[in-house]
Design a protein around this ligand. Structure first.
Ligand code: ATP
Length: 357
């Protein structure tokens, strides 16, 4: 992890009126650049293998400058060049994933959010410890596969976008599909409807939904992921029959759909978000900025959180020009725009070190 003092000393040399926002050209970058440009920042898009021609189709989301690197190591080698240009990085899921969370911690360029969270988020056991010790409910873990007596989901560690996950209804079913060469965990398959809640916690803003430790919680939008092939599999009949033909359910994310949740669930949603933020400060110095609670709501109207993403998620992309929730706070603002405004406010008040690590 880059020592915080190192980042703070880099920031001392920054011209706060001339900040440039940079991110990797993928995931939610159109939204991040669009929001940053609207807030008046210069923008740089980093690319390694990413094809960047699609930006020409979306001029308002195109970065002012594109830099192509040989590989991800080159970003590290050229860090000084970017700090000389007052660059602030906005991390997103693909940026962190392609560099690798352990390595991303070491990048010597100021980054929005707390990088100490990476360790807690990238290890499924630590993530579970954080969320459950905050008093928020997660799907039950089954420690012994022989005890499977209801549908379970088997998740390989580090699997991204649900790739390789499978559903088993009993032990023989599990034995048939398990790959013992990879670490995995078995959790109850929670039957219900999925909601991916896009929160934004600001330790700097004081008016709004106040959080007990100070600052305010905002709910900016909500999506549901489109997952191939599970979302369409039912059209072909029973899963048991399909297995005989070599067709198995998979959970690969292919897109995002906007949703809203019934209004009476909002108090519970905010309560969970507040508990998770408060607990993050006890454990590792906190999370701030955007984060997503990935939840399933059961027919008893209870939330189960199966995952947390502690930065902007691609599920915010349907809301580049606002959302039914953001419009009640900042009409027309996206999560990308919200981050840009937070950075702009902190730069103006000369307190960037409070939100960059
Ligand atoms: P990502 O890192 O992209 O969020 P991942 O590989 O960590 O993905 P999860 O988000 O944990 O995977 O799960 C992928 C999908 O599997 C979810 O979007 C959801 O559809 C389904 N899922 C996960 N956990 C459960 C559960 N306990 N019960 C039912 N469905 C689940």
């Amino acid at each position: 992890m880059v020592p915080k003092e190192k980042i703070d000393s880099i920031l001392e040399g920054y011209d706060k009126d001339d900040i440039t926002i940079a991110t990797l050209c993928s995931h939610s970058s159109l939204q991040i650049f669009h929001g940053a440009k609207k807030a008046g920042f210069k923008t740089i898009g980093f690319s390694v293998s990413q094809d960047t021609r699609y930006y020409d189709a979306f001029p308002l989301g195109k970065p002012d400058e594109l830099i192509r690197f040989q590989d991800y190591d080159e970003i590290f080698e050229r860090a000084g060049e970017f700090t000389d240009r007052n660059v602030v990085l906005i991390p997103h899921g693909s940026f962190v994933e392609y560099i690798g969370p352990k390595k991303f911690e070491k990048l010597e360029i100021p980054c929005y959010g707390n990088r100490a969270v990476l360790q807690w988020e990238s290890d499924r056991d630590m993530e579970r410890q954080w969320i459950t010790s905050a008093g928020v409910s997660m799907p039950r873990i089954i420690n012994d596969a022989r005890e499977i007596d209801k549908p379970v989901l088997v998740k390989y560690h580090g699997a991204k976008g649900g790739r390789g996950f499978f559903v088993a209804k009993d032990y023989p079913d599990f034995k048939m599909s398990i790959d013992h060469t990879q670490p995995y965990n078995i959790q109850e398959y929670v039957l219900g409807t999925r909601y991916y809640l896009h929160f934004f916690y600001s330790p700097l803003k004081q008016d709004g939904y106040k959080v007990s430790r100070g600052g305010t919680m905002e709910l900016l939008s909500m999506d549901r992921r489109d997952e191939s092939n599970i979302d369409e599999l039912y059209k072909l009949g029973s899963q048991e029959d399909l297995k005989k033909h070599g067709l198995y359910p998979s959970f690969v994310v292919t897109g995002n759909v906007p949703v809203v949740i019934r209004e009476s669930l909002l108090p519970k949603a905010f309560e969970m978000a507040e508990k998770i933020v408060n607990r993050s400060y006890d454990l590792f110095g906190g999370i701030w900025g955007p984060f997503c609670l990935e939840t399933i709501v059961t027919d008893k109207l209870e939330f189960k959180v199966f995952e947390i993403s502690t930065r902007i998620v691609a599920g915010t992309n349907p809301f580049i020009s606002g959302s039914p929730y953001a419009d009640l706070i900042y009409p027309g603002l996206s999560t990308g725009g919200r981050m840009a405004n937070e950075i702009k406010g902190a730069a103006q008040e000369n307190i960037l070190e409070q939100i960059l690590t």
